[in-house]
Design a protein around this ligand. Structure first.
Ligand code: EPZ
Length: 450
């Protein structure tokens, strides 16, 4: 297993381009299986989760041609309907083939995703929405088995609100299913996340009729078939936010291109409150802006509560917390989407952060400096928070299990390295040889004095 060895305290400098969004690319790939023609997606990031989705689509009878950052999906055989446990257990987002398979092929068997390190993650709202469209749903040996009625799904009024707000992938599943259903579907309390809008845009290009994407009310008129399309995945707002935190936590000046600023307003608002400057250099397209990020030496504490979009995104909570560890005073971070999503808290404490957690709230008392330490990544965004902490810490941080990070950030080590970070990917077996860390540290100090 790979680990990152990070020598902290180096300033970053230069320009970096945000890549395509994992959380848009996954459902866009899944939606492509509903088309009768080829669908080409551009700016598809090269990530472990994307590779799992491609493998799943291939098992489901699609040919997927990868060419650099583009992926062309064409259905060869529309008989398969089973998303097996072997794939689903490696990637929860496999659930987003459920709606497309059911509506296009009349039935779908998708292994029920289990919980994950960020908490219980039920799919009851997905199933409620599909049932409303007329599907019969049963659980068989751990699989969700969904069957459309004779003549196919039919439009309906559906309320998708739950105790924690709406559901992003649930909205996408029901929206996809409704696109090929007979008649009109109204989804009330739909998720407003930009990734839902991205999928709605692709579906529209394919010939679907979807109105209201980005608002809580979606109105969909079913169509008989979907055609081909060529579509560019939106830039990753979570990667962009992580890079902004990287600039701030290392007290650097970074230019970030292809930045979906318009999808990051709640995060931007908190950054400004903390004392991080975001200068907009080009926003002709507000979803692909160019910004320059810099931070004052003194960071101010803030209160932040994660919420469904357009609120502060849960996927940036760990990264912002890493930054708040260095603010002057007490910050309060409350997690309202995944109440247990605090795996980074004890690890940040190992680096000298002063954190007090009670339930789904953490009080962060800022310290002057973090200290390097071996830490364990346990989920994707927690890992990103630990990498950020390592970039700013004095000494060496070893982030274990970076395969979590690789699920959502493409070659983050190389890309941060190009900006001047000292971050090396090493096989954990080599770490047992003390020379490895010493060599990495010596290389870093040579670079620092160069
Ligand atoms: C998506 O997950 C993202 N994943 C997550 O990103 C993200 O954290 C999450 O949305 C929230 O923004 C992908 O897009 C692949 P939800 P999703 O259904 O759709 C509850 C990352 O780090 N809920 O919107 O699965 C649920 O427990 C990942 O990239 C129900 O109660 O999340 C949670 O509290 C992790 N019943 C809330 O709703 C349901 O049927 C929001 O979950 C579904 C969800």
């Amino acid at each position: 297993m790979d680990v990152f060895v990070i020598e902290g305290g180096r300033r970053l400098d230069g320009s970096i381009r945000v890549l395509g969004a994992k959380n848009a690319a996954l459902p866009l790939l899944a939606a492509s299986l509903m088309s009768d023609e080829a669908v080409t997606l551009e700016d598809v990031p090269d990530l472990a989760d994307i590779r799992s989705m491609v493998r799943l689509l291939e098992e489901l009878g699609c040919a997927v041609l990868r060419d650099g950052a583009s992926a062309t999906i064409r259905t060869r055989d529309d008989a398969p309907w089973h998303a097996r446990y072997d794939i689903v257990r490696t990637m929860r987002a496999s659930i987003c083939v459920l709606g497309p398979l059911l509506t296009k092929r009349g039935r779908a068997r998708v292994s029920m995703p289990g919980g994950c390190t960020i908490g219980d993650r039920p799919v009851d709202l997905h199933l409620r929405g599909l049932r409303a469209l007329g599907a019969t749903i049963e659980l068989d040996e751990g699989d969700i088995v969904a069957t459309a009625p004779p003549g196919g799904l039919r439009g309906a009024r559906i309320f998708l609100g739950g105790n924690f707000g709406s559901t992003v992938l649930g909205t996408i599943n029901v929206m996809c299913a409704a696109v090929l259903a007979r008649g009109r579907t109204i989804i009330e309390a739909a998720a407003c996340e930009p990734e839902v809008v991205d999928v709605a845009r692709l579906l529209t290009q394919m010939g679907a009729q979807v109105e209201g994407a980005g608002t809580p009310r979606l109105v969909i008129e079913g169509v008989e078939r979907l055609g081909g399309a060529r579509y560019t995945v939106m830039p990753d707002r979570i990667e962009a936010g992580t890079l902004m935190c990287a600039a701030a936590i290392t007290n650097s000046l970074l230019t970030i291109e292809n930045c979906p600023l318009d999808a990051l307003l709640a995060f931007w608002d908190r950054l400004e409150e903390i004392g991080v400057r975001v200068e907009v250099l080009d926003e002709r397209d507000p979803l692909r802006a160019t910004v320059r990020v810099s931070a004052d030496r003194v960071l101010r504490p803030v209160q932040v509560t994660t919420q469904p979009h357009p609120g502060f995104p849960t996927d940036l909570q760990a990264q912002l917390m890493a930054l708040l560890c260095l603010a002057e005073g007490n910050s309060i971070v409350t997690e309202k989407i995944f109440g247990e999503r605090f795996m980074h808290v004890p690890e940040l404490a190992r680096m000298g952060a002063n954190l007090y957690r009670q339930g789904s709230t953490v009080v962060v008392s800022g310290v002057r400096q973090l200290r390097g330490a071996p830490v364990m990544a346990s989920d994707l965004r927690a890992s990103a928070g630990l990498v950020l902490a390592g970039l700013s810490a004095r000494g060496t941080t070893i982030v274990n299990r970076v395969y979590h990070l690789d699920r959502g950030y493409e070659r983050l080590d190389e890309r941060l390295g190009r900006l001047g970070a000292s971050i090396e990917r090493v096989d954990e077996k080599d770490l047992e040889r003390p020379a490895t860390v010493a060599v990495v540290a010596a290389r870093a100090s040579r670079l620092a004095s160069a």
